[in-house]
Design a protein around this ligand. Structure first.
Ligand SMILES: CC(C)c1onc(-c2c(Cl)cccc2Cl)c1COc1ccc(-c2ccc3c(C(=O)O)c[nH]c3c2)cc1
Length: 229
């Protein structure tokens, strides 16, 4: 029931998703450096900056994305970066890695100087993603669908983005039926995570402000993509 074209689409997106990863030296640093709120914040800033670069490369490989209006491409990236990074960090945190990497990453996020009120919703989200046991294809498609959200600020050709997103939603729906036959509501649960992401996105704006007031510095790329400073 998945067409040949849809199979090709899944393959293209999965390949792009796996091809673009944070360099080893960046993730290794997270394991080596000291623990302190300042050091944790610095390392997370470095990882987030690297993740944004990875995200831009991945997005350019989404079939149809580069045919969108250039300014809309920027608006989609700016509008979805935080949500895509919540998804990506959630997927990393739900993998138990031998190096103890997951625990270190979680610890550094918990101790990065962000206020307590964001911890609970953030780690509830991480837990809810873990419980879904998403396949690689589902993770890559859900990230793609998040990026192709038409109602981001400043998007002009709403319909063009909506058409692209609907193509991806259709593929994901079929994939969920195939890969989770015993769970008819699985696709709906995945979409529920997208709603949760929007809430976290709102929290994140306040997180940035609270870091800013404590004179935390971000990199130029993060300032540009998050309209900080
Ligand atoms: C500027 C800083 C302080 C910040 O502000 N808000 C958030 C933030 C937070 Cl604290 C939580 C969620 C989203 C954001 Cl933007 C962050 C840190 O964001 C990230 C982004 C991305 C990773 C991340 C991704 C992939 C991998 C990976 C792999 O692929 O192999 C291995 N290690 C990874 C680590 C971690 C943290």
């Amino acid at each position: 029931e998945i067409t040949k074209e849809q199979r090709a689409l899944i393959k293209a997106i999965l390949d792009a998703y796996n091809r673009h990863q944070i360099p080893q030296d960046v993730t290794k640093k997270l394991l080596q450096e000291q623990y302190s709120a300042e050091e944790n914040f610095l390392l997370l800033t470095e990882v987030a900056t690297s993740q944004v670069q990875v995200l831009v490369e991945f997005t350019k490989n989404i079939p149809g994305f580069l045919s969108l209006d250039r300014e809309d491409q920027i608006a989609l990236l700016k509008g979805s970066a935080v949500e895509a990074m919540f998804l990506r960090s959630a997927q990393v945190l739900s993998k138990k890695m031998p190096s103890g990497y997951t625990e270190v990453l979680e610890e550094r996020i918990r101790k990065s100087g962000m206020s307590e009120e964001f911890m609970t919703p953030m780690f509830n989200f991480y837990k809810s993603i873990e419980e879904l046991h998403m396949t690689q294809e589902e993770q890559a498609l859900l990230t793609t669908i998040t990026i192709l959200t038409p109602d981001r600020p400043y998007v002009k050709s709403h319909e063009a983005v909506e058409r692209l997103q609907e193509t991806m939603l259709d593929v994901l729906r079929k994939l969920c039926v195939l890969q989770h036959p015993q769970e008819p509501q699985y696709f709906a649960r995945l979409l529920g995570r997208l709603t949760e992401l929007r809430t976290l996105h709102h929290y994140h704006v306040e997180m940035l402000t609270s870091w800013k007031t404590n004179d935390h510095k971000f990199t130029p790329l993060l300032c540009e993509i998050w309209d900080v400073q």
